[in-house]
Design a protein around this ligand. Structure first.
Ligand SMILES: Nc1ncnc2c1ncn2[C@@H]1O[C@H](COP(=O)(O)OP(=O)(O)OP(=O)(O)O)[C@@H](O)[C@H]1O
Length: 238
């Protein structure tokens, strides 16, 4: 399947507040792309347009060559989404959350994949625990593992490590980078430069506009990127 994520001439406003105006974005193929921007830059709005939770006032959102309006379950199953807020059922165990999701997607014979993912993300020992009893890092990992259960070729995460301590953030970032190396088209939304690696594609978003695009190295690494922002101290934490 084609995994390109394309927004074409998108306008989007919340009531009178315009967030995106004639906004275009193209993320092609596999690998790891960081969509980087300060608070209020429009990252979550872009995420919600890609996920289909929001619809543009005008313009097009195309994922894998399919217009967001024309998606079927097959297209949706090819996209994994990890939202900023908790979407787990906290009363269910880790495995029950996986089973419930498998049911929603009509997945058969998912157990082997579920076990492999839980092991890969260090959640196997917690498989019988209620999601409510997991720490923050394990909850985020479960969100990622569950999103990966239908074996999507695209994985989009909205500030997935928000509120976690640096060591756990780094571990989760490494695990998701490993998925990208396995061929998943990963889009990682963040305002934290230390989650980005040298060869990652970076899209710098500022006030609803793409300010720069290139690999982390091409943009001059953390220092180069910081220098491109106007109010850098407020905008990016290192
Ligand atoms: N439901 C809403 N109603 C009105 N304005 C909103 C709404 N959601 C977001 N906004 C505004 O739209 C702008 C873009 O918000 P968005 O959440 O997309 O940015 P962001 O880059 O994801 O920021 P953050 O890192 O804080 O999540 C901000 O000015 C925000 O205040």
């Amino acid at each position: 399947m084609v995994t390109d994520i394309i927004l074409e001439n998108v306008d989007f406003s919340y009531g009178k507040k315009t967030v995106l105006k004639d906004f275009s974005l193209s993320i092609q193929g596999d690998g790891f792309t960081a969509l980087l921007g300060a608070n209020g830059a429009g990252k979550s709005t872009t995420f919600n347009l890609i996920s289909g939770i929001l619809t543009p006032d005008s313009g097009k959102v195309m994922i894998g060559g399919v217009d967001a309006h024309d998606r079927t379950q097959r297209h949706t199953a090819n996209m994994g989404f990890v939202f900023q807020e908790n979407t787990l059922d906290l009363e269910l165990s880790v495995q029950q959350n996986m089973r419930y999701f498998a049911g929603l997607y009509g997945l058969k014979n998912y157990q082997e994949r579920s076990e492999a993912l839980l092991k890969e993300f260090g959640l196997w020992a917690q498989r019988a625990d209620k999601a409510a009893s997991l720490n923050g890092g394990h909850r985020r990992r479960l969100e990622i593992v569950r999103a990966m259960l239908p074996n999507p070729e695209i994985l989009i995460l909205d500030e997935p490590t928000s509120g976690l301590d640096p060591t756990i953030r780094q571990e989760i970032s490494n695990q998701v980078h490993a998925l990208a190396k396995q061929g998943v088209n990963v889009v990682w939304i963040t305002h934290l430069l230390d989650e980005i690696e040298e060869h990652d594609q970076v899209i710098l978003l500022e006030k609803g506009q793409i300010k720069e695009q290139g690999t982390f190295a091409e943009l001059g690494g953390a220092q180069g990127i910081k220098s491109k922002f106007v109010a850098k101290e407020e905008l990016l934490q290192l």
